[in-house]
Design a protein around this ligand. Structure first.
Ligand code: PBG
Length: 308
C-alpha cells in the first residue's frame, strides 16, 4: 500500500509577533511560529511535497467569550491571508474552537456563573470563527469543540454568506483522550477546571461515536474525523465500512510524542516505527491523516531511499 504525501495534513501553531520560533518543551520538534517564520516553514514543506496544513492560533489575550478567535486582527485570519497570497494552491485547514481563546480553557462559552457550556452562545461563536476563516481564504474549516450541531451551524452561516465551496471537516468522533498533553501545552489550552468529559466522547462507547459521525454527515460535513487514531483503529475501520464517506484520522500529539521519546530511549527505529504507524492508520480506512510526523516522512522520502 503506497501512501501519497498529499494524504498527510501537517499542523502548525501560530503566535502574534515577528521572527518567533518558540520551542515547545513537551513536544519534540514542534514550535510556535510567528507568521513571517511560518511562511518560510511552509515553503520548505511545500517543496518537500506536502500540500495540506492545519492551523491552530494561539492568541495573546484570552477572555470568557473567546473574542480574539473572531475579532479583527485575529491571528489565524492574518496568517490565512498571507499564506494564501504566497501559496494559492496549498490546502489550508483551520481549527475552529474556543479552548485556546477562553480564559477557562474549555472548548465553548460557559453559562453565566456556571461550569456548563452555553450551547447557543457556543454555536454562534463557532459559526463566527468559521465565517472569518472562510472570508480570509480557508479551504476547509475544522470545528473541534464537540458542540452539538456545530457542523450544521457552520454550514448554514457559510452558505448564507456565499461560502458554499468552503469545506467542513467535522471532528465528529473526538474522544476524551489521555493523549492530548503536548498539544495543550503548545496551545496553552488545558481546561482551568474539570475536564472535557461533558462534550468529548467516552472511549468505551463505540455506538455513540458512530452516531456522532452519522450526525455530522447528515448535518452537511464534507469529511468526518476520528481522533485520536492509534487507540481507535477499530472506530476508523467501522466508520469507513459503515458510511463510505471521506474520513480523516488525527494521529495526535501524545501519540507522536511517545514515538519521539521511544526513539530517544533507543527502543525502536523511528523511520520503521513511523512507517508502521501511518500504514496502520491508512489500512484501517483513513483517507487523510493529520500527523506531526508528516514533515519527517517527506524529508526521508526526499533524501533517502524511503517509501511508505
Ligand atoms: C481542542 C483540540 C485538541 C486537539 C486539537 N484541538 C485537544 C483538546 O481537546 O484539548 C488535540 C490535538 C493533539 O493532541 O494533537 N480544540
Amino acid at each position: 500500500m503506497a501512501i501519497s504525501l498529499t494524504k498527510f495534513i501537517y499542523p502548525y501553531f501560530i503566535v502574534p509577533g515577528k521572527n518567533i520560533k518558540d520551542k515547545i518543551n513537551s513536544f519534540p520538534g514542534f514550535y510556535r511560529f510567528s507568521i513571517d517564520r511560518l511562511i518560510k516553514e511552509i515553503r520548505q514543506i511545500n517543496e518537500l511535497g506536502l500540500n495540506k496544513v492545519l492551523l491552530f492560533g494561539i492568541p495573546k489575550y484570552k477572555d470568557n467569550s473567546g473574542s480574539s478567535a473572531y475579532g479583527e486582527n485575529n491571528i489565524v485570519v492574518s496568517a490565512l491571508k498571507e499564506i494564501k497570497a504566497e501559496f494559492p494552491d496549498l490546502v489550508v485547514i483551520t481549527d475552529v474552537c474556543l479552548c485556546a481563546y477562553t480564559r477557562h480553557g474549555h472548548c465553548g462559552i460557559l453559562q453565566a456563573g456556571k461550569k456548563a457550556i452555553d450551547k447557543k452562545a457556543t454555536l454562534e461563536a463557532l459559526a463566527k470563527i468559521a465565517l472569518a476563516h472562510a472570508q480570509a481564504g480557508a479551504d476547509w474549516v475544522a470545528p473541534s469543540a464537540m458542540a452539538e450541531g456545530q457542523v450544521l451551524a457552520i454550514r448554514n452561516v457559510l452558505d448564507k454568506y456565499g461560502y458554499a465551496k468552503t469545506k467542513i471537516l467535522g471532528y465528529s468522533a473526538k474522544f476524551n483522550s489521555n493523549f492530548y498533553g503536548p498539544f495543550r501545552q503548545a496551545a496553552h489550552s488545558a481546561p482551568a477546571f474539570g475536564d472535557r468529559s461533558a462534550y468529548q466522547l467516552d472511549y468505551r462507547d463505540t455506538q455513540n461515536a458512530l452516531k456522532k459521525i452519522e450526525e455530522d454527515i447528515d448535518y452537511g460535513a464534507d469529511m468526518v474525523m476520528v481522533k485520536p487514531a492509534l487507540s481507535y483503529l477499530d472506530i476508523i475501520k467501522q466508520a469507513k465500512q459503515e458510511f463510505k464517506f471521506p474520513l480523516v484520522a488525527y494521529n495526535v500529539s501524545g501519540e507522536y510524542a511517545l514515538v519521539k521519546y521511544g526513539v530517544k530511549a533507543k527502543i525502536f527505529d523511528e523511520k520503521k516505527a513511523v512507517n508502521e504507524i501511518v500504514t496502520a492508520i491508512a489500512r484501517a480506512g483513513a483517507d487523510y491523516i493529520i500527523t506531526y510526523h508528516a514533515k519527517d516522512i517527506a524529508q526521508w522520502i526526499k533524501r533517502e531511499n524511503y517509501s511508505i
